[in-house]
Design a protein around this ligand. Structure first.
Ligand code: NAD
Length: 373
């Protein structure tokens, strides 16, 4: 597995990136890295993270891992997008400026559409507006300027339908009526919308959040029961839905789980992909791979590239039901954990589409020149 002691080219070779772009501009203070992992299916899309990395190597490793993750996410979601991501090295509370983001935007523009950016941890709508002054290759912009706005309702809807696909496999029916569902981070953007879908279907909801006051409206609207932050793992329920942090499925938490299904929107839920994905399978718990079930957010921005319409985005996100069902089927047929099945589906699609693209299309062929040469 890749690690910080490897040289940049060793890392790029190991994670199989197409292109890594270092962007530096002394005058504006910009230090950024753009990772383009794979563009077989389409332009590499992924957000720009601004983070105070301890050193350049840590930033490189992060952008390489995140951009590779986007390749799998787009591929499994059936989108015509590749995987990319960018990191800006700096403190997002003190080092932001118009010139910094405009300089970054010019580097994005220089890639002529091979990379499309969006918001991520440490960046916001205002920053995207500055980037947009220099390039068209930005997505996830506000509704007022023709964008798709907040992706959370679409992410929540995709998570909800993905959860139903899991229920169908485990309980023989995709109805969530009467099912006990624990939502971690229910006060957040995705969590609160997810609770509304679950409540409408008659699920019994348990909620936790680091900031308990955020739960008050959900308790009132969805008749939810508040549980403590450390209690979530051991609740006697049917489904656990992480919608807060990463790495929460680990050696300490998995043995506590009493649920039959883990299906939630949080990114990077498995602390160690292979170890903890297998551990869940061994315990007979069905895990819906996070990047597949939470791909509603990506589907939302993809819809923006086609001219945004919320109804169409929701309709597209409903395909997450079939995507998750297919992952479960392959996982069972091949006796592999769902996260391995999901990666296989993604890689197969990339390889198959790459094969189809080997058929050359000569749009600009000049017959006159060829006949006379
Ligand atoms: P958010 O910040 O709005 O919500 C997260 C919530 O979790 C917050 O209310 C926070 O107080 C709470 N929280 C943090 N630590 C906690 C803990 N230990 N226990 C309980 N609650 C805790 O974020 P979000 O946009 O709702 O995203 C939630 C997760 O889903 C993140 O992992 C995010 O990366 C992922 N995700 C979000 C989207 C989207 O469209 N917003 C898309 C894909 C993936």
């Amino acid at each position: 597995m890749e690690n910080i002691s490897q040289t940049p080219f060793e890392l790029i070779d190991e994670l199989e990136h197409e292109q890594v772009v270092y962007c530096s501009n002394k005058e504006t203070g910009l230090k950024a890295i753009i990772g383009i992992h794979n563009t077989s299916l389409g332009p590499a899309l992924g957000g720009t993270r601004m983070w105070n990395y301890a050193n350049d190597k840590e930033a490189l490793l992060d952008v390489l891992r995140l951009s590779r993750g986007m390749t799998y996410k787009a591929a499994v979601a059936g989108l015509n997008l590749g995987g990319g991501k960018a990191v800006i090295i700096g403190d997002s509370r003190t080092q932001k400026s118009e010139q910094l983001f405009r300089a970054f935007g010019r580097f994005v523009e220089g890639l002529s559409g091979r990379y499309i950016t969006a918001e991520d941890v440490g960046t916001n709508v205002k920053d995207m507006e500055y980037i947009m002054m220099e390039t068209r290759h930005v997505t996830g912009i506000p509704e007022e300027v023709g964008g798709s706005g907040d992706p959370s309702p679409v992410t929540a809807y995709g998570t909800y339908v993905g959860m139903k696909a899991c229920a169908h496999d485990v309980y023989g029916s995709d109805s969530l009526e009467g099912k006990k569902v624990v939502v971690q981070g229910a006060g957040g953007n995705v969590g609160k919308h997810l609770c509304k879908f679950l409540h409408k279907e008659g699920a019994k909801i348990y909620v936790s959040d680091m900031f308990e006051e955020k739960l008050k409206p959900i308790v009132a609207e969805c008749n939810a029961t508040v549980v403590g932050m450390d209690e979530v793992y051991g609740i006697d329920a049917d489904i656990f839905s992480p919608a807060a942090l990463g790495a929460i499925l680990n050696d300490e938490t998995i043995p506590q789980l009493k649920v039959k299904i883990v299906a939630g929107a949080a990114n990077n839920q498995l602390k160690n992909e292979n170890v903890h994905g297998q551990m869940l399978k061994d315990r007979g718990i069905l895990y819906a791979p996070d990047y597949a079930i939470n791909s509603g957010g990506l589907i939302n921005v993809y819809t923006e590239l086609e001219g945004y319409n919320r109804e169409r985005a929701m309709k597209k996100a409903s395909s997450i039901y079939d995507i998750v069902a297919n992952i479960i089927n392959i996982s069972k047929a091949e006796n592999i954990p769902p996260h391995v099945a999901s990666a296989k589906i993604a890689m197969d699609r990339i390889n198959n589409v790459s094969n189809a693209k080997k058929i050359r299309v000569y749009r600009d062929m000049n017959l006159f020149k060829m006949r006379n040469s």
